[in-house]
Design a protein around this ligand. Structure first.
Ligand SMILES: [Zn+2]
Length: 128
C-alpha cells in the first residue's frame, strides 16, 4: 500500500482554474486544468513528494548559489542532458534514479544532508 501525500503543486485539488486561449478565436475561456504532477489525483506518492522537494532544493541551489543555466550545466556535466537535469529538478516522470539525484547533488557541491534524509524517509518500495 502506497502512502500518498497531498500534491504540493495543486494543494490536493487535482488541478486549478486557468485561462485557455481557444484555437478558433481570440477569446480566452476559464477551464479546469489538470495538475501535471499528480495527473488530477490530488495526491502523490511519498517518494514522488520527496523527489519534488529534492528537485526544488537542487534547482534553488543551481540558480542562487551556482548561478548557472541548465544549458551551461550540461556542458559541465556530460552525463546529464538539460532534459534529465530538468526532470530531476521538477521531480517529474520519467523519474530518474536516486543515484542520478545524488550524482547531481554531488556535482552541484550541494549540502546534501537534508536530501539524504528525504531519500531515507521516502524508502525504496514505492512507485517508479
Ligand atoms: Zn497536483
Amino acid at each position: 500500500m502506497l502512502q500518498m501525500l497531498s500534491c504540493p503543486r495543486c494543494q490536493g485539488a487535482g488541478g486549478g482554474e486557468g485561462l485557455v486561449k481557444m484555437a478558433d478565436s481570440e477569446d480566452c475561456v476559464t477551464q479546469w486544468i489538470v495538475c501535471n504532477l499528480c495527473d488530477g489525483l490530488g495526491q502523490i506518492s511519498r517518494r514522488r513528494h520527496a523527489a519534488v522537494s529534492i528537485g526544488k532544493h537542487l534547482r534553488d541551489h543551481r540558480v542562487k548559489t551556482l548561478a548557472v543555466s541548465l544549458a551551461d550545466l550540461s556542458t559541465r556535466l556530460p552525463t546529464f542532458t538539460p532534459q534529465a537535469v530538468s526532470a530531476v529538478e521538477h521531480g517529474t516522470t520519467p523519474f530518474t534514479s536516486w543515484g542520478d539525484v545524488l550524482e547531481l547533488c554531488i556535482a552541484y557541491e550541494c549540502d546534501h544532508h537534508e536530501l539524504l534524509e528525504a531519500i531515507h524517509a521516502a524508502g525504496d518500495a514505492d512507485d517508479a
